[in-house]
Design a binder for this molecule. Sequence first.
Ligand code: AMP
Length: 379
Amino acid sequence: MTTVGILGGGQLARMMILAGAPLGLRFKVLDPAADACAGQLAPLTVGDYADKDALARFIDGVDAVSFDFENVPAHAVEWLAERAPVFPPPAALAIAQDRLSEKTLFGEIGIPVAPFSDITSSDDLNEAVATLGVPCILKTRRLGYDGKGQFRIRSRDDVALAWAALGPQVGKTGLILEGFVAFQSELSVIAVRGRDGEFRAWPVTRNWHVDGVLSASLAPAAIPAPLQQRALEYARRLADTLDYVGVFALELFCRDGELLANEMAPRVHNSGHWTQDGSSCSQFENHLRAGLGLPLGDTGAYGMTCMLNWLGAMPDPSPILHEAGGHWHDYGKAARVGRKVGHANLQAESPGALAASLERVGEALGRQAQVAPVRASLV
Ligand code: AMP
């Protein structure tokens, strides 16, 4: 019997556990919160990631380690890696934890990115804004997620405000200034690489964010075949360079037929949740298969699938459950403003059928604004 230990006990860990159970896997979870939602499904060690005692209790009986968020302290992952195989590899995690090293790597391997600049002082910021122009975005290099730790600089007048907001972080997380990309769409590649280097990717996903947080995803994205191939080629190049094992997401901006990488997530990703109901093998199952050296599953899509994120509180499930291709995913979390508490996947054979399903659901749940951009892209 194989036991997988997961650092972080949120919804990603929970869905890995759900996907791993049919493979006969057991799980253990480490999380600082006693009510971490993955703890409803597997034994939970409550403790800080930097606490050696907690790490020792967690690793006991664990055959392989993975994580459900990327901001796990690197030294904790290294300590665990001396005791059990860790996937994805700690070196890939370290690069993805720092926007500067991540973007530098993208550039080195020929994956285009928006112009960026390391910021270490307010003088740096003034100079970089003058060079990159406005609008641009000041971000923390580390520990940012879902649009947190970011400040949009719309005009030169905003520079002082941006520095007041994020300047105090400079010694802790570092800062990076990025040129603003006036994209037509946001895309992601969800891909998996096995221990033997086999690479597979799901069809490219299109994503819509609201206030920096993912609101909806649609796959396969309706993009020209050469663009799809280029996106997958970038993902493969990145995975090979990092000698990656497991699932990852590469987030891309699409502007005038050009792809610019935003960031990579060295883990299963919110924009890959559609694979649970829209593909032969979900990102969660393939992540486990890859990490444990099992054959990788098929990444082909069934028709089209839209994922709708539920933030704050779960809506009424009935309208989704009434749909032939409707699937409900409740993370078992307490309601809290802005918190990701669940999602729904709507799967259909054709764009028209999916648009109709989205219209019914949007209407019944009073969520027309959330479904509108997806519907518009389907007609
Ligand atoms: P991130 O935390 O970097 O994934 O950013 C969250 C969201 O903010 C992205 O999905 C975009 O919608 C937006 N965003 C981030 N960086 C940029 C950029 N350089 N240009 C335009 N939009 C951006």
